[in-house]
Ligand binder design. Structure first.
Ligand code: ADE
Length: 252
């Protein structure tokens, strides 16, 4: 049987650098302004890439992973802004499903539905997502987390007892940095846990190619006035560790 290859994506370098750093037998291919790192994590053959930000960049990259690198599954890992009131910086959201909150061809079709696909919510790979949840729970336990990230760093972001959630993620081409944006999304789609800019686009491509997809997002900010400051320092200091630890554990 041919060896299965898993595609691992982030949007920005800080979301995947920690994973690229631990690849074995690493080679790199640059194509269409992106560098795809091929290698192994344990016994698993993988291709790791950052797409740059937004739905277009992410879907083009997911297509290249499928067509050029023949991956049979995609895992997206990165950061997101917290939307549900109980979600805190340092928590992790694993997507059960994803929606493109900026798709709207109403009144032709219901708001948020992808035209001609008749689909609004893209479900993730349940088996992989459930396995990921268990690993993240372990990583977030204080006994483990404090050995991976210095307590001063955790305190800087008020990360005390971070939790992992399983639910709906919303994606669109906007960085949320006002309470207004956050409140509008909460009102429109009350079940959404967090917001980001790529996941639902990758999930749509995977759905169309019938390939399993999972999306894992660490909360870097609360999608409000402080979002840009919190996002920038979180991705400099913390997100690489989360990415590396979560993905490495999956393929140990
Ligand atoms: N990714 C991380 N934080 C975000 C925010 N506030 N808005 C959109 N995407 C994000």
């Amino acid at each position: 049987m041919e060896e299965q290859i898993i595609g691992i994506m982030g949007a920005i370098p800080q979301e995947v650098d920690g994973i690229i750093a631990i690849l074995q037998d690493k080679t790199a291919v640059t194509l269409g302004n992106r560098t795809y790192y091929q290698g192994r994590l344990g016994k698993q053959q993988v291709v790791v890439v950052y797409s740059r930000i937004g739905k277009v960049a992410a879907s083009a990259t997911a297509s290249a992973l499928l067509l050029r690198f023949h991956v049979s599954e995609i895992i997206f890992i990165g950061v997101a802004g917290g939307i549900a009131p109980h979600i805190a910086v340092g928590d992790v959201v694993v997507a059960r499903d994803l929606v493109q909150y900026d798709m709207d061809v109403s009144p032709l079709r219901p708001k948020y539905e992808i035209p001609l696909l008749n689909k609004t919510y893209f479900e993730t790979n349940e088996l992989r997502s459930k396995a990921v949840l268990l690993h993240i729970e372990n990583f977030l336990s204080s006994a483990v987390l404090s050995t991976k990230i210095a307590v001063e760093e955790l305190n800087k972001f008020a990360i005390k007892q971070p939790k992992v959630y399983f639910g709906t993620i919303a994606s669109g081409d906007q960085f949320f940095s006002t309470n207004q944006q956050k409140e509008d999304l909460q009102r429109a789609l009350p079940q959404v846990l967090c917001v980001e800019m790529e996941g639902a686009a990758v999930a749509q491509i995977c759905y169309e190619y019938n390939i399993p997809c999972s999306v894992i997002r660490t909360i870097s900010d609360k999608a409000n006035q402080e979002a840009s400051f919190s996002f920038e320092s979180f991705v400099q200091q913390i997100s690489q560790v989360y990415g590396q630890e979560i993905i490495a554990k999956l393929f140990q």
